[in-house]
Design a protein around this ligand. Sequence first.
Ligand SMILES: Nc1ncnc2c1ncn2[C@@H]1O[C@H](COP(=O)(O)OP(=O)(O)O)[C@@H](O)[C@H]1O
Ligand SMILES: [Mg+2]
Length: 502
Amino acid sequence: MIKDQIDLKRFNTLIEINSYINSDYSDVKSLLTQILESASKLTGGDASSLLLVDRDAETLYFEIALGPKGSEVKKFSVKMGEGIAGWVAKNNRSLIVNDVEDDPRFSSEISKKIGYATTSILAVPMRIKDQCVGVIEVINKESGRSFTDEDLEWLEIFSTQAGLAFQNAKKYQQMNDELFKLKDQVKSATTYHELIYKSTVIEEKLEIVKKIASSSSPILITGDSGTGKELFAEQIHRFSDRADKAFIRINCAAIPENLIESELFGHVKGAFTDAVNDHTGRFSLADTGTIFLDEIGELPISMQAKLLRVIQHGTFERVGSNISEKVDVRIIAATNRKLNEEVDASRFREDLYYRLNVLPLEIPPLKRRRDDILPLANFFLKKFNIKNNKNINGFSSSSVEAMLSYSWPGNVRELENSVERAVIITTSDYIRPQDLLLPDYNSSSEDLYIDSTLKDAVNLFKKEFIQKILIEHSGNQTEASDSLGIQRTYLSRLIKDLDIKR
Ligand SMILES: Nc1ncnc2c1ncn2[C@@H]1O[C@H](COP(=O)(O)OP(=O)(O)O)[C@@H](O)[C@H]1O
Ligand SMILES: [Mg+2]
C-alpha cells in the first residue's frame, strides 16, 4: 500500500515535469533545477547535482548543484573518467554506490574540500540520442539508508526527461541564435555603404583591399577619424570569400567597460545581476564571417588578453560559463589612435598589437586626396536632397573653391555633415560658401555679392540678415521684429517678398 502511494507520487511528479518540458523552452535551467529537486526528493537524497560534459575539454562541469553545499560544489569540475560522475559519463552507465569508502572509483577530493561527508551516491547518465551529455547524481540517502534499484530506475526516468528538456532547449537556443544572426545579417547587408572616390590614392588602397581580403589574417585599419575606415572594413568583407556570411560590427568605444565582455563573448543567465537570459555574443554571431572591432584602441586592457586568445586559438568563454566555445572569425580592427604609442604607454598589449598589425591598411585624410571632395560632396547633396525633400541643384563655383581649399580636419564625416547642414539652411538653389559654415573660410562680402546689382545685393543682405535674426529667436516673428526695430506686419511682408524660408 505504502509502495503504491509512493509510486503514485513519483508518477504525478513525472507528469507535472512533462507538462513543463513542453511549455517553456527558453528557461531550461529552472526546468532542470525542478527536475533535479523532484528527483532528489523522490529518491530520498540529501543533495543532488547535474553535471554537463564538455567533450573538447574532456571535462564535466557542475551546471546545477543543490543541497547544503551546492554553491561551493559549483566551483569544481571533474575530468572524464574521474570519480563516480566521471565514470558514469565515460561508460555511459548508471551506478549505485552505497558505501563510497569501499568503491575505488570514488574520489573524496571535492567532499573533503567542501567539508561534506559523502556516504552513498546514485548516478545516471543524461543522454541525447544515446550519447551521454551529462550526469545526474543524488547523494546521501536519508537516515543513513541505502539507495535501492527502484530509486535508480526512477532516477533514470527523470534523467530521460531532463535529457529531453535539455535537447529542446539547445535546439531552441540554436534556432534563436540563427534567427538573431540572420536578422543582423539582413540589417548589415542593407546598410553597406557605397564607397565614393576618384583619387588614385583610394584606387590603390582598394587594390590592396582586394589582395588582402581573401586571407583570414587580422587586418588593422588606421587613419584619422571620419576617413571612412568602416567603409573599408565593409569592402574587405565583401571582397572576401566570407562575403555571404555575417559582417558583425562592434564599436569598442561605445560600450561601457563592464558590458564589453558580454557584448563580445556573450553571457549565461545569472552571470551577473542583469543577466536574466542567456546572451549570444558578437563573436558567436560572426562565426564563419567577419567581425569589425571599431575603435580597438579603446578596448580595456583586461579584454585585450581575451581578444588575443580568440585570435590565436579561436576560443573563448561566455561570461559566467567555463565551457570553451570555438569560432572561426575574421577580425578587422580599426583605430584613429597611434597604437604603437599606446603600446609604449602600456595602454595596449604589445603582443596583441603585433597580431592585429599583420596586414595594416592606412586610410589617408581627405586633404591628401582632394580629387574625392567633389564626387563626395555631390553624393551627399543627392542623399540629403532626398532625405529633406529638397531640390538643390548643386554647388556655386565659390563654394566649390571653398571646399577644395579647406583642410577638412574631420575628413569625410565633416564634409557629409557640412553638406547636410547646407541643404537644410540654404535659401538658394545652389549651395553657397556661407551655407557650408566652414570655420576657416572667411565669407567676405566680395564673394557674396559678386556680379550683383545694388538692388539684388541689398535684397540678399536683407534676406540673410533677417534669416539670421529669425533663427536667433527660434522663428518667433514678434521677437525678431522687435530686435530688427520694425513692425511685425512689415516683417511678415519682407519674409514673403524675399522668399525667406521658415
Ligand atoms: N569614400 C566614402 N564614400 C562615401 N561615404 C563615405 C566615404 N568615406 C566616409 N564616408 C562616410 O563618412 C562617415 C564616416 O565614415 P566612417 O567609416 O565611420 O569613418 P571612420 O570610421 O574612419 O571614423 C560615414 O557616414 C561614411 O558613410
Ligand atoms: Mg568609425
